[in-house]
Design a protein around this ligand. Structure first.
Ligand SMILES: Nc1nc2c(ncn2[C@@H]2O[C@H](COP(=O)(O)OP(=O)(O)OP(=O)(O)O)[C@@H](O)[C@H]2O)c(=O)[nH]1
Ligand SMILES: [Mg+2]
Ligand SMILES: [Zn+2]
Length: 269
């Protein structure tokens, strides 16, 4: 469950005696830094999080439980595709969530190769972007990728958020320089297929970390009894119904996410 902290060079040495969590456990999230026990079997201590993306987890009694899906994110790329009309409302909700998380948001307009003039859509998102940079990029033509690389710094963590099919994993692969993350053709209506179904922490060869996430349909605001909280919806809600708590939504029996994709009940938008 634990992986060494140092991603590069010598096969991954635990330089400072801390490791980074790749899998979601009971009290840890993807991106957490932890101190493992000497035998590496247990977590002795979880380092204080600098930032966290939170979602509502299952209701226990009348109480909504929150659950951190990614921790210690420095920069959150809010990904929107030129393949669909710009969605200002969605971006507004994403910005609230990102600011809440403690990460610095950056808006990413993907698939620039699909349009002749990127300016109209870019301007529309910029109107509601509250001064956050709106970058134009294409994973296919590699336009704008150098600018993205500037956000990936040794020790820093960049997360990709956005609807299924906008091209998150394609850009992640470009930045990694390898096809680690699976990608799938979008449907005719530009909707994705939920190719990525679990949050993934990936080490960039030159230093730094990327977090690839499943496409989420909506980002909901919810009431916890202690105020309004903001959370991710859909894919993450389904994971509560998977048989195994640490389900990777791959080949596990009783996986609610795979089932919903097969049934067509998971809205890919
Ligand atoms: N034209 C064009 N197509 C792209 C670009 N980037 C990705 N695609 C295509 O869009 C489809 C979806 O890309 P993915 O990278 O799987 O999208 P994703 O956001 O990771 O989707 P989920 O994992 O389902 O959330 C694939 O067929 C990609 O080849 C791009 O810059 N231009
Ligand atoms: Mg993906
Ligand atoms: Zn599952």
């Amino acid at each position: 469950m634990l992986v060494p902290a140092a991603p590069s060079g010598d096969g991954g040495v635990e330089t400072f005696g801390v490791a980074r969590v790749r899998n979601i456990g009971v009290d840890v999230a993807v991106g957490d830094w932890v101190v493992p026990s000497a035998d590496g079997e247990r977590i002795e201590h979880i380092l204080t999080r600098r930032s966290g993306f939170v979602r509502r987890a299952s209701f226990e009694g009348a109480r909504a439980m929150s659950h951190t899906i990614a921790a210690n994110i420095d920069v959150a790329f809010l990904c929107h595709s030129f393949g669909v009309p710009p969605n200002q409302r969605r971006l507004e909700r994403e910005l609230i969530l990102a600011f809440d998380s403690g990460a610095d948001p950056v808006v990413l307009l993907t698939k620039a190769d699909l349009v002749d003039d990127p300016e109209p859509a870019r301007r529309e998102l910029e109107e509601v972007a509250l001064g956050v940079p709106v970058l134009v990029t294409s994973g296919r033509s590699a336009d704008g990728l150098a600018e993205l690389e500037g956000y990936v710094r040794p020790g820093g963590t960049v997360a990709f958020l956005g609807s299924s099919g906008v091209g998150k994993s394609t850009i992640v692969n470009e930045l990694l320089g390898s096809q680690l993350q699976a990608t799938t053709e979008v449907r005719g209506d530009q909707r994705g297929r939920h190719t990525t179904v679990a949050v993934q922490l990936l080490a960039v060869p030159g230093g730094g970390w990327l977090v690839d996430t499943p496409g989420v349909r909506a980002l909901s605001l919810w009431h916890s009894g202690q105020g309004i909280e903001r959370a991710f919806a859909d894919v993450f809600e389904l994971t509560d119904d998977c048989r195994f708590r640490d389900c990777k939504h791959d080949q596990e029996p009783g996986c609610a996410v795979r089932q919903a994709i097969e049934d067509g009940t998971l809205d890919p938008d």
